[in-house]
Design a protein around this ligand. Structure first.
Ligand code: ZN
Length: 242
């Protein structure tokens, strides 16, 4: 076993309270299309002609709802995606340790793997709400409502519970994330470049001893004392045991 993986195993074994903070790189091995990748962006531009920040913005949702949903179903939804070794390991670890998963992903794969304590900073594609009467819809139910989904009960527009550009994060979720990070003695950051808010800011609430970064590309963290593993996230977790 690789020395770094061995060290990570040791840190997990000895930890009392763990926070796992994950980004897009946690889901790529599950077949979630990374629309921010070169190919994804190329396809997006040639088809829609707008940057993704525009297509996924609050104003675009209301002004071009039909195109928003075309883009959303094509680039944001992967119905065939299954949890990978990282999701499955964390679900098992939660039964043995005090563990909170904080994710920037909206795909619900941690819950699909069996995790219960999951804080979704950007919401979830699996929750959708009528803006008029508050009726909730699953993803399947949403897709059955048509190209532009109108509520079957009241006719109001249904919107995914996903944080769009120009929208604020749920402060209840953010505060709980800060609380869990500040209490943890081991924090594992995985599959995120840490360059964007809120990931960049949240890491500074960590006061514990052991920080681990798992990311394909090296990161620049303002701390000289952390374990960095530059490998795919699922591959790393496939080598660990509980
Ligand atoms: Zn309604």
């Amino acid at each position: 076993m690789d020395e770094k993986i061995k060290k990570l195993q040791e840190l997990i074994d000895n930890a009392k309270r763990i926070v796992f903070f994950g980004g897009a790189g946690v889901s790529t091995e599950s077949g979630i299309k990374d629309f921010r990748s070169k190919d994804g962006l190329y396809n997006l531009h040639s088809k829609y002609g707008h940057p993704y920040e525009e297509m996924l913005s609050h104003h675009y949702f209301f002004e071009h709802t039909k195109t928003f949903y075309q883009f959303y179903y094509e680039f944001m939804i992967s119905k065939s995606a299954k949890p990978n070794d990282a999701h499955l390991y964390l679900a098992k670890l939660e039964k043995a340790k005090e563990l909170t998963v904080i994710t920037q992903n909206i795909d619900g794969l941690h819950q699909m793997a069996g995790s219960k304590k999951v804080l979704e900073l950007h919401g979830s594609v699996h929750r959708n709400t009528c803006l008029k009467c508050g009726k909730h819809y699953s993803l399947d139910e949403l897709m059955e409502l048509g190209e532009v989904p109108y509520c079957s009960k009241c006719g109001g527009l249904v919107k995914p519970d996903v944080v769009l550009y120009e929208e604020g994060l749920d402060m209840g979720v953010v505060n709980e994330a800060i609380y869990q990070i500040s209490k943890a003695d081991l924090m594992i950051i995985a599959g995120t470049s840490l360059s964007v808010y809120p990931a960049s800011g949240l890491v500074y609430y960590f006061k514990g001893k052991n920080l681990v970064v798992i990311n394909k590309d090296p990161l620049n963290i303002q701390s000289d004392d952390y374990l960095e593993i530059n490998e795919p996230v699922g591959k790393v977790f496939s080598q660990l045991h509980i």
